[in-house]
Design a protein around this ligand. Sequence first.
Ligand code: SF4
Ligand code: SF4
Length: 385
Amino acid sequence: MVGVAGECILCGKCLEVCPLLAATGREELGPRAKADLCHLLARDEAGLRGADVARLAGLCLGCDRCAAVCSQGVDVPGLVAGLRGAHPDFKGWLWKTWLSHAKTLWPVGSAMAGLVPDSLRPERFGPLLKMLAGLRDGPGLTPALAPFLTPTSFPDTHRGEPMLLFPGCTATHVRQRWLAAAHSLLHGLGVAILPGDFRCCGSGLKSAGFADEARAMALHNLAAWRGAGRPKVAVFCASCLSALRGYTHYIDDPAEAEVWRNSLILLSILAKDTVFVISGAVPDRIAYHRPCHADGAGSDHLLLVAALGDRLVESTDRQCCGFGGVMALGAPELADRVNARCWDQLAGAELVLTGCSACAARLDATAPAGVAVGHWLEVIGQMRR
Ligand code: SF4
Ligand code: SF4
């Protein structure tokens, strides 16, 4: 059977990468079943109960792993987002409110959530509080640990080049130390950082079914980039980068879409030839969690391998942190099962580093006692002079 773009040929490739399927063993929760459901709906919408469709649409982590391996271009998370948009509910509203009012809600909400012990978390809001607690702007890694990678020399590759820095919501509203470390690295690299009025990348809104709101964010961010003269954009969150790459759908001119796509660059790629020395107390066992949205080359990981050598003892590859966005509100027990598999892989690590805001928040909120979690930027210190 020859498939056309967007038509599932039942090859099963996506089944091998879906973390929800791996954690539950339930094929009806996997990407192929969701693709089937959407095609069924396209043919006979009345044949399925709205409540059933809405329930199944809720059960997807939005990790995009299936879409990345599908040779037919079947975009299951995109289809799921469409279903979510067509079946709005309270969880979606809560999620949208949380994302749309990040500036006011995140600092207060996350600080308060961190004060509520697990045993006192009300059942209905428990998952949200857990997610919030992982975003709180505490001291970060313990003072004895951070920062312990000190740059001693920087490459000249990008010296003098003007660039924008895309900070993302987490660094902007609750983890400003990431932003400070990113600025420090860019200054060391000699990059001329341009002022840019970026907003949320829109990924959380898009995967929850709020296509119009996500589009508005994208158009605003594209206008900021155009206003700055279409320079390179440095990014340090894998999920933000993935969302930003998707903006090409909002650009009419293919040539400009290409310029946009090529302008996006991970901070770890910019910094790849930086020389670091290890200073201070460093954990013996450091692990790296690879985000689902990590770039193919694994640039964050490569940077850490070069800087840490054999102190980097473990890394996840196929495991998802179980953040799940709006799914974590509707099916927290399933998201927890995905998360538990991730921690199984990371067992024994004293410190887990990652390169995604959502992964950092989720892993921080669920870390076993005595295990620190942070964005890799948190271990980067000031240049030694
Ligand atoms: S990888 Fe694509 S074509 Fe293959 S089963 Fe999954 S959705 Fe269908
Ligand atoms: S987006 Fe992730 S969780 Fe959802 S169906 Fe695809 S692989 Fe599974």
